[in-house]
Design a protein around this ligand. Structure first.
Ligand SMILES: [Zn+2]
Length: 219
């Protein structure tokens, strides 16, 4: 299979490292990276009524946005992309309704999903990893405190933007989001498993080891 025909979904709880693996795949196979969290944060950063609503839902309540809204955004994003390259879906779908909608949208574009990578990790690993995660308000880059940067740095080393601990990376929000995740996303995992396109690769090992596992399924 040519890498240009890859259409990949990457699933995993917060802190599973799926964002890092998504970036690796996008670079290696020159895919389009459709990262739903980033798209929503971009919308939330504007000063519109919609932005205020989105911001409240994703940052404060730790809830999920209504599927219809997310599906509309996805349609708009896919319409913008040239059809010649594969797409990597990161942070989407979050529930069965979105998974079914994604299949329909792709079918209209004469595409279909080729691989779904699921990266499970334990609850403890999620908590541990997210406690150290910091985000740049300006460019959205993610850093691991004590690893990518010193613990108390407040300015992004890349763009000088403000570094912060996202509300949804804090323990109370994590617990809420994990509960939502298990309830909504596990049926999605099952759905793809039944279709025979699910590949489970644990997110517990090192970034390099996980990357190797994922790539071995694609080449
Ligand atoms: Zn930055």
């Amino acid at each position: 299979m040519k890498s240009s025909s890859f259409n990949i979904v990457i699933l995993g709880p917060q802190g599973s490292g799926k964002g890092t693996q998504a970036k690796m795949l996008v670079k290696k196979f020159q895919m389009h990276h459709l990262e739903m969290g980033g798209i929503l944060r971009r919308i939330a950063s504007k000063k519109t009524t919609l932005a205020i609503k989105v911001n409240r839902i994703i940052n404060i309540d730790g809830r999920l946005l209504p599927s219809k809204f997310v599906i509309d955004i996805l349609k708009q994003e896919l319409d913008k992309l040239p059809t010649s390259r594969g797409v990597l879906f990161d942070g989407f779908p979050r529930n069965l309704e979105q998974a079914r909608a994604l299949d329909k949208i792709l079918k209209l574009l004469n595409k279909s999903l080729t691989h779904v990578f699921y990266m499970p990790i334990s609850h403890q690993t999620t908590i541990k990893r997210l406690a150290a995660r910091r985000t740049c308000k300006k460019c959205g880059r993610i850093f691991i405190a004590g690893q990518d940067m010193q613990r108390n740095i407040r300015q992004c080393p890349v763009c000088r933007g403000e570094i912060y601990h996202r509300e949804d990376d804090k323990p109370i929000a994590i617990a809420k989001r994990l509960a939502i995740y298990h309830k909504r996303t596990l049926p999605v995992v099952k759905y793809y498993k039944q279709r025979g396109i699910l590949i489970t690769t644990s997110g517990e090992p090192s970034v390099q080891k996980v990357a190797k596992d994922i790539i071995s399924n694609l080449v």
